[in-house]
Each structure stands twice: as C-alpha cells, then as structure tokens.
Design a binder for this molecule. Structure first.
Ligand code: NAD
Ligand code: MG
Length: 392
C-alpha cells in the first residue's frame, strides 16, 4: 500500500488523480489533500477519501473546513499555508506526492517532497521552469524520483531508452518531437486575436483543464514552458526539441533515434493515462480511459507552428537559451499577464508584450540560491503589474 499526498486535489489534475486512486483502494491510500480556497470541494473529498491531513492556503479557509469536518471526520488534521503544504509533502507515510498546484505557488511544496526523497508525480511544470537546475540537483542529491505527468513528457518518458540521463548521443537518441494541439486559436484570423475573450481562450478543443493552463495553450506559452520542462527532465538542450503541431492530440509526443526510428506514445487525450502510468510505474494499472478508436480518429495531421501567431513560443526558447533566472522571469510575467487577461484587464495579445518587456528589462543572472530565485519571481510580478496598470 502506497501513501499519496495530492497537492492541489480540487483542480483538474487533482480530481483526475483521485479518480484513478479510487479505482485502486488496495494499492493507494490518501495521506493528505490540499486546496487553495475551495472549502466545499475539499470537504467533499475529505469525506470520500478520509486523509490524515487537509491543507487550505489560508487560515480562514482552514478554520472553515475544520468546523465543517468536526462532526463527521474529527481526526483529519487541518493545516494552512505554505508550512502546511510543506509538512504534508515530506511526511514519512506519504510515499508519493502529486504536485498539481498551478503556478510558482507549487514550487516550495514540490521542492519539499524532492528534499524528502519522494516519488514526485510532477504536473506543476512552472516549478521546474522557475528553478530547473536547483530542482534537479536537489532531486539527485536526495534520491527523489521525478515522474512526469504532463502528457507530452510522460509520453517522452515512455519512449526513451534506459540510461538517457547520461546524454542522448550515448543511447542513440537524436531528438524529441514535442507535440502541441495549437489550442483554440490555431486558425483564428490574426486581427481577431486581439479581441478574443477569456471564455474562448479557455475552450480547448481536445483537453479539459484549469483556466491558467488553458490560456497558456491558447498562446502556446504552454508549449514553451514544456520545452523548458523537457530540457530539465531529459537532460537536453532546446535545439534537440522540435515542436510539432498535431491538432488531434492523439500522439502525445515522440522520440527520434539515430537510426531513423521514431517512437510515439498514443492514446485518448485524458490525463488519467499519464497519472496512472506514473502512479504504478514500472507496472501498469487500469485508469478508466477508454480504448483508442483509430477508425473514429481516422487521420493524424502535423504542421509547423506559426511563430508569428504564437510569439510566446519564441520567448520561451529565448529564455531557456539565455538561462539563469530568465525562465523564472518568463514564468512570473506570464502568470501575471494571464491572470490580468482572465480578469479582463488586458487583451490576449498583451500577454506576449508583457512577457517580452519583463525579459528585456530585468537582467537575468545565475541564481545562487532558492531565495534569489524567489526574489526574481517577486520582482518580476511587481514589474509586470506596473506595466499592466499603464496599459489599462
Ligand atoms: P487547476 O487550476 O484546475 O487546479 C489547481 C489546483 O491548485 C487547485 O486544487 C487549487 O485549489 C490549487 N491552488 C491554486 N493556487 C494555489 C495556491 N496559491 N496555493 C495552494 N494551492 C493552490 O489547474 P490544473 O489544470 O489542474 O493544473 C495544475 C498543474 O498541472 C499546472 O501546473 C498545469 O500546468 C499542470 N498540467 C495540467 C494539465 C491538465 O490537463 N489540467 C495537463 C498538464 C499539466
Ligand atoms: Mg502538456
């Protein structure tokens, strides 16, 4: 029996994780569940899964949850804040930690799981984008096992040969083909893009996801963050990663070998597949995902991404090539810009502008510590907010 902490259990990935876990009560037990402010959902999940701990982001929500749990599940310990999140990420009884908080807010608890040498199921790509080198160094130092949940990275992991950590050339890998759906605006008239609304951006053609990652998919910053994520997870450079638009989202990514072989991982676009894969690895378990009906899919299309339509993709390549704190600056500016777009404070095409300004204004340095990274993150957020206030 493996104990599992699910960080961000009320979100899209969190709910899919609990769906898979509920199918295997003989294999997994929930140790802790966490949410931002959604007391109702966390309360319901607590009654269903009976964790030892529940964590809310702030004290007020935690008090509220505790009050509601008093009668029915008084033994559940309710904690709050980053301290609470860090605590449940390193508990000895939690063998696995699912990192499914959105944004850099998930960095500290994910890092805490890594430092405790856990199996980390990593959905929270922003954590790795912000702190790549430090995160991977800590994982190596503490023997943490990082298994990718992002469907593309999970696909790549499934197609990679053993020993890839020592370098692609030694194991005969030429490059990664990272697939992208192109999001809801792949064919939208360029003039229209400035006027698209949050609800249009959040209506992804193939995947049902949280609002932030849905907007990232619409700008293709999601793919940019994933290029950076892949560089760290697979110990490679951006020039070894080619982004391929594949609108059907059936191939989740590919690995090309030096002999010309290309291995692809395919399946219905349902996050329960990578979640089940990472939970059970190296075994395989039932995930609830239906069989892929190739006759219904009928065709698979591929095209090159249009860098003019999706400037965020180039900005992400620029940031990883620049290195140091540049990816942290990219991520923080993007988080602020996306939140402002979702709040209808700026238009869709302001998102890349805000990020570009942050990248060209804030100097990228080689970070010496986690505190330095967190400072850069905070400084970028302030700068991006200032820029937004001049736009509206
Ligand atoms: P979501 O918005 O649906 O859920 C986010 C979760 O994090 C919620 O439980 C929320 O309560 C919690 N949360 C948010 N802000 C918090 C804060 N400040 N402190 C503590 N908890 C907080 O997001 P999602 O779509 O589930 O995505 C989660 C992560 O997984 C993201 O990093 C995303 O990029 C990644 N991811 C998601 C998908 C997907 O299909 N949804 C696919 C690949 C990767
Ligand atoms: Mg993805």
């Amino acid at each position: 029996m493996k104990g599992v902490t699910v960080l961000g259990s009320t979100g899209s990935i969190g709910v899919s994780t609990l769906d898979v876990i509920a199918r295997h009560p003989d294999r997994y037990r929930i140790v802790a569940l966490t949410a931002n402010r959604n007391v109702d959902d966390l309360y319901r999940q607590c009654l269903q899964f009976r964790p030892d701990y529940a964590v809310m982001a702030d004290e007020q929500s935690a008090d509220h949850l505790q009050g509601r749990l008093q009668a029915e599940a008084p033994t559940i310990q309710v904690l709050s804040g980053v301290d609470g999140l860090e605590h449940v990420s390193q508990l000895p009884e939690a063998n696995y930690v699912m990192a499914a908080i959105v944004g850099a807010a998930g960095l500290l608890p994910a890092l805490s799981a890594v430092r405790a040498g856990k199996r980390l199921l990593l959905a929270n790509k922003e954590a790795l984008v912000v702190s790549g080198q430090l995160f991977m160094d800590e994982a190596a130092q503490h023997g943490a096992e990082i298994l990718p949940i992002d469907s593309e990275h999970n696909a790549i992991f499934q197609c990679m040969p053993a020993g890839y950590a020592k370098g692609f050339d030694g194991v005969g890998v030429r490059r990664i083909l990272l697939t992208a759906s192109g999001g809801p605006f792949r064919q939208t008239d360029m003039q229209e893009l400035a006027r698209v609304l949050p609800e249009q951006a959040c209506a992804h053609p193939n995947w049902s996801m949280g609002r932030k990652i849905s907007v990232d998919s619409a700008t293709m910053m999601n793919k940019g963050l994933e290029v950076i994520e892949a560089c760290w997870l697979f110990h490679t450079r951006p020039e070894r990663i080619k982004v391929v638009l594949h609108p059907q989202s059936i191939i989740h990514s590919m690995v090309e070998y030096t002999d010309g072989s290309v291995l692809a991982q395919m399946g219905n676009p349902d996050m329960r597949t990578p979640i089940a894969h990472a939970l059970a690895w190296p075994e395989r378990i039932e995930s609830g995902v239906s069989s892929l009906d190739l006759f219904e899919v009928a065709r698979l299309d591929f095209e090159a991404p249009d860098r003019q339509r999706f400037p965020c993709l180039s900005l992400a390549y620029q940031a990883i090539e620049q290195g140091g704190t540049a990816p942290a600056i990219l991520n923080a500016a993007n988080e602020i810009a996306v939140a402002a777009f979702l709040d209808r404070r700026v238009g869709f095409m302001a998102i890349p502008k805000i990020i570009e300004t942050a990248l060209s204004t804030i100097p990228a340095i080689e970070p010496q510590s986690l505190d330095e990274l967190l400072d850069v993150d905070a400084q970028t957020r302030i700068m991006a907010e200032q820029q937004i206030s001049t736009l509206v």
